[in-house]
Write a protein that binds this ligand. Structure first.
Ligand code: FES
Ligand code: CO
Length: 330
């Protein structure tokens, strides 16, 4: 499967830019090959336009925000968040008219990110229950590019057979090769996954129990929520999103919700631990082939691969539905 070849991937929300970065001024981001100029309007709401001025094609993202519009750096034409040119400074008394415009995309803020959907989204941005729970704190973790397919990372998030090989340097236990009681429950556009995994050491010093209770969700196509509970410690909830840049390149967006059980939260320790784990995954994931086959006959499998196989099946169905609809509309 090549994400660039299937229009359905344009119909999901992706967290493309940290709001903290956007507060510094307009930014460029290439989502599925579409160059975007991202900026904040006067209300602090993020906006996403095609990053190409309709005058002489300069990048709007190199410009500045003036009067609730982004001004092109080349001759100063200004565009509002709908992409309509609202001012040509060289002809201030003339209405720029409907032809002077650039494409605008849906853009919203959530979880400290500006999210963009290139076309009518099929599902809403997931609601993570911890975001509405006062005992959890949101911690921003990583925002960086990897040379990997987003689907390989999603499969890895719910692949409980890899920690005993990949994560021996952090939490993986050689005695626990697979998860116990693994269960999958599908919902439209994703599934819940629960199970238990024995680990070498728990996430924090105060977590003395060496078993993780997993309560996870996958949201098509590239978002995983991994809630890790221990018998006697605070829950740690990792949100991993893979924003597709191209077929073999993804922007890794990871943040977490950390439960405060009254013992305080050591953000630096959490970041350092999750960093180490993430780099262990990166090492192997970047060695995998980005062309993930959706047909199960094209790779070999084992029982613990089930979450990844369900993802492949559900993605295949989304692609087929989208393509059937497109044919019907024509
Ligand atoms: Fe943008 Fe001229 S190229 S105003
Ligand atoms: Co891993």
């Amino acid at each position: 499967m090549n994400v660039m070849e299937h229009a359905v991937f344009r119909r999901f929300w992706y967290p493309v830019m940290p709001m903290s970065k956007l507060k510094q001024g307009p930014q460029r981001f290439e989502l599925l090959g579409q160059a975007l100029a991202l900026f904040l309007d006067d209300g602090g709401v993020p906006a996403a336009l095609e990053d190409r001025c309709c005058h002489r094609t300069a990048r709007l993202s190199l410009g500045e925000v003036c009067d609730n519009a982004i001004a092109c750096p080349y001759h100063g034409w200004r565009y509002n968040r709908e992409g309509q040119c609202v001012l040509v400074p060289q002809m201030p008394d003339r209405d720029p008219g409907p032809k002077r415009r650039v494409k605008a995309f849906s853009c919203r803020e959530k979880y400290g990110y500006a999210w963009v959907a290139l076309e009518q989204p099929l599902f809403d941005i997931p609601d993570f229950p911890e975001a509405a729970d006062d005992s959890f704190v949101l911690i921003q973790e990583f925002y960086e590019e990897w040379r990997v397919s987003g689907l390989r990372v999603m499969e890895n998030e719910l692949d409980m057979a890899h920690p005993s090989y990949v994560h021996l340097g952090t939490f993986g236990s050689p005695e626990h090769l697979v998860a116990e009681d693994a269960k999958i429950e599908e919902f439209p556009g994703g599934f819940h996954y629960t199970g238990r995994l024995g680990v070498k050491q728990a996430h924090h010093a105060q977590d003395r129990n060496n078993e993780r209770f997993l309560d996870c969700s996958w949201y098509a196509p590239f978002i995983c929520r991994l809630r890790i509970n221990y018998a006697d410690g605070p829950a740690h909830v990792i949100i991993n999103c893979q924003v597709p840049l191209a077929n073999n390149r993804s922007q890794v967006v990871q943040f977490c919700f950390q439960e405060d059980d009254g013992n305080g939260i050591d953000e630096a320790a959490i970041l350092a631990f999750d960093r180490k784990v993430t780099l262990e995954d990166k090492h192997v994931l970047e060695s995998t082939d980005a062309n993930v086959p959706l047909d199960p006959r094209d790779e070999r499998h084992m029982v613990s691969d089930k979450p990844g196989l369900v993802m492949r099946r559900m993605i295949q169905a989304l692609i087929e539905n989208h393509e059937t609809q497109a044919v019907t509309v024509q």
